[in-house]
Design a protein around this ligand. Structure first.
Ligand SMILES: *Cc1c(COP(=O)(O)O)cnc(C)c1O
Length: 416
C-alpha cells in the first residue's frame, strides 16, 4: 500500500501516484535489423544478464560479451576496433584523455625500482607525470636527446624498462630517427611507447615503421582529442598494442584504474573518424603553405616544420612519412621570431591576430596560436634552434589565403 500522507488528515492527502512500473520495464523491443552509417549509442553502467549462469560465464576481456559499463558497450568496442585499425595495431583501449593514455601506459609497464627514458622534447605533461607520480612510486626517469641515438644508448640502465618516443617532438617539432631509437631501446630489452598524436596513424605506421614488418613500437598512445575528434570539443585517448601480452597488461591496469569514457563522446569521435584522412591532408597542405609564407618573412628566423627542407630532422621525416608524393604531416608548425623583438611585441602580434584564436590543442576546425616560453621547457637551448621567440600554429580548416591575410596584418602592425 502506498503512503499518502498523515492518516488523520484526510483533506490534505496527496493524489495517488500513477503506477508506471510497466513503463519502466516496458517489454517492447525494436526489430534488430536497424542499420545506418553511424552505430548506435549504447550507454550503461548496469548491463543485464539473462541468467546467473550467463553472468558467471561472460568475459569482457576478449570483447565477446558485456558485463559492466566500465568494461565497454557496443559503441566503445566499435571505436576501439577502428582506432586499432587506424594505427595498424590489433587492440585498443579508450581512456578519458590523451594524457590518460600516456599515464596509463607508464603505470601499466613500470614498477618500483624501474627506470624510464623520455625525449627532451616530450609532450610536457608526460614529463610532469614522471616528475610527480612516477617519482613518488619509486620509478626514476631521465631525459635523452631524441636527435642523437647515441645519447639514448648511453642513458639506458640495466633497469630501464620503458623508452618514450615522439615524432616529431612537441612544440619544437624535431623529427627523430625513430627506427634507430626503437632498435636501440628494444635491443636493450626495454619497451618502446610512442606518443602518436601527431602521426595519428596517417603519417606513418607505428607498428611497421619501415614497411618491412621488422620494426614496431610496443604501444602507441594517441590523443583522440586532436584529429580523431576533429572538433575541439571532445577529450579522449587510446592506447593501441599489437601483441596479446602487451594488450593484457594495458587492459588490466585500465580496468583497475576505472578509466571509463562517456558514450556520447565516443559517438562524437565515431562521427568524425570517417573524415580524418581528408581533414588531415587538408590541414597538412594549408600548414605547409603558411610555413612557406613564414620562410619569406624577415621577422621570422626559423620555421619548424619537419616537411620543410632544412628543418631539424627533415631527412628522418622524409624516410618515414615522405615515401609517397609530398609525404604526410599534421597541420602544426612553429616559428622562431627574431630575437630583436621584445616579448611585448611578440605578445601584441599574437593578440593582434583576429582569425587565429589563442588556445591549446590542435586538429580542430579553427586555427590556433600559442607563444611558448622555450627556456622554461628545455634543459638548455637546443643547438639546432635559432635564438628567438617561439610561436606555434595549429592550422584548422580555413583557407591558406584567409589565414595569411591575418598573419600579415598583425605582423605589419606589431613586428616592425
Ligand atoms: C594533446 C596531446 C596529448 C594529450 O591529449 P589530451 O587529450 O589533451 O589530454 C598528448 N600528447 C600530445 C603530443 C598532444 O598533443
Amino acid at each position: 500500500m502506498r503512503y499518502h500522507g498523515a492518516m488523520n488528515a484526510p483533506n490534505t492527502s496527496l493524489p495517488s501516484l500513477p503506477d508506471v512500473s510497466d513503463l519502466i520495464q516496458h517489454p517492447y523491443r525494436p526489430p534488430a535489423t536497424f542499420d545506418a552509417p553511424q552505430p548506435g549509442v549504447f550507454k550503461a553502467s548496469t548491463v543485464y544478464f539473462p541468467t546467473v549462469a550467463d553472468m558467471r560465464s561472460r568475459d569482457w576481456m576478449d570483447k565477446s560479451a558485456y558485463t559492466y559499463g566500465l568494461h565497454g558497450t557496443p559503441t566503445s568496442y566499435i571505436l576501439e576496433e577502428r582506432i586499432a585499425h587506424l594505427e595498424g595495431g590489433r587492440y585498443s583501449v579508450l581512456v578519458p584523455s590523451g594524457l590518460a593514455a600516456l599515464s596509463l601506459a607508464s603505470l601499466a609497464l613500470l614498477s618500483q625500482g624501474d627506470h624510464v627514458l623520455l625525449p627532451d622534447n616530450v609532450y610536457g605533461p608526460n614529463k610532469v607525470f614522471a616528475l610527480g607520480d612516477l617519482n613518488r612510486l619509486g620509478i626514476a626517469h631521465d631525459l635523452y636527446d631524441p636527435m642523437d641515438p647515441q645519447d639514448l644508448q648511453q642513458r639506458l640502465r640495466p633497469n630501464t624498462r620503458l623508452v618514450w618516443v615522439e615524432a616529431p617532438g612537441s612544440v619544437t617539432m624535431e623529427f627523430p630517427d625513430l627506427p634507430a631509437l626503437v632498435r636501440i631501446a628494444q635491443a636493450h630489452g626495454a619497451r618502446v611507447a610512442l606518443d602518436n598524436t601527431w602521426g595519428a596513424g596517417l603519417a606513418f605506421a607505428p607498428f611497421d615503421l619501415l614497411g618491412d614488418g621488422q620494426c614496431a613500437v610496443d604501444l602507441s598512445a594517441h590523443a583522440l582529442s586532436k584529429y580523431p575528434s576533429g572538433g575541439g570539443d571532445v577529450l579522449m585517448g587510446a592506447v593501441t598494442t599489437r601483441t596479446p601480452e602487451m594488450h593484457r597488461l594495458i587492459q588490466l591496469t585500465h580496468m583497475r584504474l576505472g578509466l571509463g569514457v562517456g558514450m556520447n563522446d565516443v559517438e562524437s569521435v565515431l562521427r568524425s573518424l570517417p573524415s580524418i584522412g581528408l581533414r588531415y591532408a587538408a590541414q597538412d597542405q594549408t600548414a605547409r603553405e603558411l610555413a612557406h609564407w613564414w620562410q619569406a618573412q624577415s621577422a621570422c628566423v626559423q620555421v619548424l616544420h619537419p616537411a620543410l627542407a632544412g628543418a631539424p630532422g627533415h631527412a628522418h621525416w622524409q624516410a618515414l612519412c615522405g615515401r609517397e608524393g609530398a609525404g604526410r604531416a599534421a597541420g602544426l608548425f612553429s616559428i622562431m621570431l627574431d630575437e630583436r623583438f621584445t616579448q611585448a611585441q611578440v605578445d601584441a602580434f599574437v593578440d593582434g591576430l583576429q582569425r587565429f584564436r589563442i588556445g591549446y590543442s590542435w586538429g580542430g576546425p579553427v586555427s590556433l596560436v600559442v607563444p611558448y616560453d622555450l627556456p622554461a621547457m628545455r634543459r638548455q637551448w637546443p643547438s639546432h634552434l635559432r635564438r628567438g621567440w617561439l610561436v606555434r600554429f595549429s592550422v584548422g580548416l580555413e583557407s591558406a589565403a584567409f589565414l595569411i591575410d591575418d598573419l600579415r596584418q598583425s605582423m605589419q602592425a606589431h613586428l616592425t
